[in-house]
Design a protein around this ligand. Sequence first.
Ligand SMILES: C[S@@+](CC[C@H](N)C(=O)[O-])C[C@H]1O[C@@H](n2cnc3c(N)ncnc32)[C@H](O)[C@@H]1O
Length: 383
Amino acid sequence: MNETEKYVSEICALDVKKAVFSLAAKDSDYKKATVRKISENAFQIERFTSKQAFHENFPAEMLEEKVNSLFPKEFSQAEFFTGEYVYGAKYTKKGALLHNRRKNGSPAAKNGELTHNRVKKHIIDVENMPPVFKELGIMTGDGKIINSKYDKFKQICRFTELINDEVAKDPKETFNIIDFGCGKSYLSFVIYYYFSEILGKKVNITGLDLKKDVIDNCSALAEKYGYNGMNFVCCDIKDYTAKEKPDMVIALHACDTATDIAIARAIDWGAEYIFAAPCCQKEARKMIKPKNFGIITDYGIINERFCAMITDTLRAKLIEYSGYSCDITEFIDMEHSPKNLLLRAKKKISADRYKKAKILSQIQGIKDEFGIDITLSKLLLNK
Ligand SMILES: C[S@@+](CC[C@H](N)C(=O)[O-])C[C@H]1O[C@@H](n2cnc3c(N)ncnc32)[C@H](O)[C@@H]1O
């Protein structure tokens, strides 16, 4: 028995309830694996590719054998959770075994940190999804993500994490949020759960969509699960009147110019936060007529991507013009959605006059060169 096998043997003799394996070998098909005790006599391995999860149940007496097959052959980092301690182990590139132990429930354990390494903590993961997700058709009855919904699941988790980066330190006790083009409202439900259950804040979320059937379904689910702060309205987002000032506006893949309308409404209301991941962007493609750079329209895919990029750049600039700080981030890997940019904005205390003038001239420059003048520009500047 080598040193690592001896370590695994000692760990498996403890009352291990769960283990997490990460830092996959380059040739592994999997990105991560977990082992969970599912009964007195059985464990389950869950292996994750970037899109799917695979499960295998095995008897408790095979724990050591299974752990040896995962660590360090397939994964070079492992954490073993007993009731009292978390045992962290790492097999280095030079073939050394590093390991430590900390109290389970210590701040480091809660944050998933090893003293010599750091495991990313997800705000929302498969194990703590709200129960409504089973009825929304994103999870199976036994709590697994349905394969065809895995990309959407990743999108809403990352979207929520990026919201968390902004609001976790906000002392406000109540948040009013509007989800523009909510569709089946996976995002609204997960954000409701995040604010109410994880942050322990009061949250009112209004989901808006044109489709009556999805709105009726979302309303029925919110009622069934007692989510009193959720409310769904069937309407065109341009016609919606907010009863209370929204603190945050979110829009995940609201079609074409619906994103512009959502942003304009958010700015008109003075919402403090805006999170918008745009969808298809057809508008600029109908307008583009380059004066000097006709080469851009020679290839369909280049033209399409250029129009999408210029649209989002103009949106970000218009948001900044309106007194917000704004950045554009890739909120999810391309494999989970090609529509993977997120405009993330926060209202500033005061606007910078010089900056406003510069932005107006930049917007005019784009109009002069490419003939592009997006809906958001018309909504904000031609009042
Ligand atoms: C691509 S789906 C995205 C749904 C959801 N946000 C998600 O990511 O799963 C876009 C949704 O926006 C809605 N939508 C588009 N234009 C709208 C408008 N003007 N007013 C309200 N809803 C709109 C559509 O009905 C559709 O449900």
